[in-house]
Design a protein around this ligand. Structure first.
Ligand SMILES: NC(=O)c1ccc[n+]([C@@H]2O[C@H](COP(=O)([O-])OP(=O)(O)OC[C@H]3O[C@@H](n4cnc5c(N)ncnc54)[C@H](OP(=O)(O)O)[C@@H]3O)[C@@H](O)[C@H]2O)c1
Length: 255
């Protein structure tokens, strides 16, 4: 079997209906996996599934994963159709920018609930299905989406966001230790700038400048995210766990 082939594997991508999640879902489908995309809005889920269906077997399951109950419901729904889950991509995320002086408590709750607590509760909710999929040779995979803002101090006033992403990176290492014996790897991807709704305003205002100041001279492309998702989900990534992989054109890695 090809090193990067995902035929027969089942994946769930939270926030898979647009942006980085959609890029990763497309990559997983093209490599042969069946993919469930999930986000809050049923319409966005249906539209994404329709767009992605040209690449393989895909379905949408709407869920709000900012509460543990929402995480449990998503796992239960997937469990109705699947006995195993080979790949869980914890990608859904939100940000909040506001000056230090007025940064509200609600911006901590909203961002930490979704960016940091959801990867923990989802991984635990899916544990039986992940354990059923993992083998000594080919462990099940959890891929958390962090950020380069969790690696360095960001330029924007996004206090809870950067703290949540640093937390995701460390949670990745902690869960890698916990779940390795169960034959589940846990890794994080730390993206640099990619086109998405979350990044639209920043890239509209500063995109050229951001690209020009990056060692590789551009922002991220969909294939850059598809590639790292396929690597971490496939036999090629079977011995990698507890890693935080920056995919940033050198922005944070060369600082
Ligand atoms: N774009 C970048 O440059 C960049 C850089 C570094 C890290 N990241 C990270 O990459 C991930 C994806 O970001 P993005 O840029 O692609 O953002 P985005 O375009 O805003 O997409 C966010 C996705 O998450 C879903 N979502 C939001 N709240 C949710 C909730 N409570 N429950 C379930 N799904 C929810 C959204 O769909 P609904 O609205 O339908 O729920 C959407 O599918 C995030 O973790 C982000 O921090 C992005």
């Amino acid at each position: 079997m090809h090193l990067f082939d995902l035929t027969g594997k089942v994946a769930v991508v939270t926030g898979g209906t647009r942006g980085i999640g959609l890029m990763m879902a497309r990559g997983l489908l093209q490599a042969g996996a069946s993919v469930y995309v999930s986000s809050r809005k049923p319409d966005a889920g249906e539209a994404a599934a329709a767009e992605l269906s040209q690449f393989g077997r895909v379905a949408s399951i709407p869920a709000d994963v900012s509460t543990e109950a929402g995480c449990l419901r998503l796992a239960e729904e997937v469990g109705r159709s699947e006995e195993r889950l080979h790949v869980l991509v914890n990608n859904a995320g939100a940000t909040w920018g506001e000056p230090f002086a007025t940064f509200p408590a609600s911006a901590w709750d909203k961002v930490l609930d979704l960016n940091l607590k959801a990867p923990f509760f989802l991984t635990r909710a899916f544990l039986p299905l992940l354990e059923a999929a993992g083998t000594d040779d080919d462990p099940a995979r959890v891929v958390n989406v962090g950020s380069i803002d969790g690696l360095h101090a960001p330029s924007l006033p996004t206090y809870s966001y950067s703290a949540s992403k640093a937390g995701v990176h460390h949670l990745t290492r902690v869960l890698a230790k916990e779940l390795g014996p169960k034959r589940i790897t846990v890794n994080a991807v730390a993206p640099g700038p990619f086109e998405s709704k979350m990044m639209a305003a920043t890239l509209a205002a500063h995109g050229d400048e951001i690209a020009a100041s990056s060692p590789l001279g551009r922002i991220g492309r969909p294939d850059d995210m598809a590639g790292v998702a396929v690597y971490l989900a496939s036999r090629a990534g079977a011995y990698v766990t507890g890693a935080v992989i920056p995919v940033d054109g050198g922005r944070a890695t060369t600082l």
